[in-house]
Write a protein that binds this ligand. Structure first.
Ligand code: DX5
Ligand code: ZN
Length: 220
């Protein structure tokens, strides 16, 4: 059993009962709640906004891990922090001044995260690593749940583990997309400290708690 953090993505939950879904995964052993925010512009899908995050906030005391797939991100940072985001992660190509946006998230009182798409080079991390509490590696192209894990991202995870360890700081290294009991151990072996899973948690074979446990304990 690894001590990796599991952050279920409510993108795969029943949108007619999101509050219940948040409470259910909390009770089932989730460490964080992953909220996918999409604007139909940065990604070809539209999901939820700050009003929904605010409405969900009372349903769990676990950290809300809010993944912004919106461009521009800057005009909405404050609204998402006020709504209850603990971690607030942005894509570098969704902000003209990534460094400033990360500083803003910190100043608002949340933990800043940077998200790397499968096609985003590692080099974007180095200039801002001191500002980060989370690095989120996309192992699918963002926009939809239920896609297949892109193996080439494992090398990126390994390289980020080295970079993070060199800082001596506790930066969460999270993997998002196509994470299931087969791919989870590979992410953990590469150095991930947190895993996002939508389909594997909400549409997996077992109960929510079995599905979450399966991600922690899957054999390598
Ligand atoms: C994709 C989202 C993911 C997605 C993961 O853009 O960022 O969080 O919900 O879903 P699965 O686990 O089904 O790949
Ligand atoms: Zn996500």
């Amino acid at each position: 059993m690894s001590d990796v953090l599991i952050s279920p993505s409510i993108l795969s939950a029943d949108f007619a009962a999101l509050g219940q879904a948040v409470a259910d995964v909390d009770r089932a052993g989730a460490d964080m709640i992953h909220v996918d925010v999409m604007d139909g512009h940065y990604v070809p899908n539209i999901t939820i906004g700050p009003a929904v995050v605010k409405a969900l906030r009372p349903h769990s005391a676990k950290p809300f891990d809010v993944h912004l797939m919106i461009a521009p991100a800057d005009p909405y940072l404050e609204a998402f922090v006020e709504a209850g985001a603990d971690y607030l992660s942005i894509h570098p190509d969704a902000s003209p001044h990534t460094h400033r946006s990360l500083q803003t998230i910190r100043a608002l009182g949340a933990k800043p995260g940077l998200v790397l798409n499968p096609g985003t080079p590692l080099s974007v991390v180095e200039p801002v690593i001191d500002l980060l509490d989370m690095i989120l590696v996309m192992s699918v192209n963002p926009g939809f749940g239920g896609q297949s894990f892109i193996d080439s991202q494992l090398v990126k995870i390994e390289a980020l583990r080295v970079m993070i360890d060199a800082t001596g700081r506790d930066i969460v290294l999270e993997v998002d997309g196509g994470v299931n009991p087969e791919t989870a151990p590979r992410c953990i072996a590469a150095g991930a400290s947190a895993l996002v899973a939508g389909s594997a948690v909400f549409k997996g074979a077992g109960s929510l708690s079995d599905n979450i446990a399966a991600l922690r304990s899957a054999p390598a």
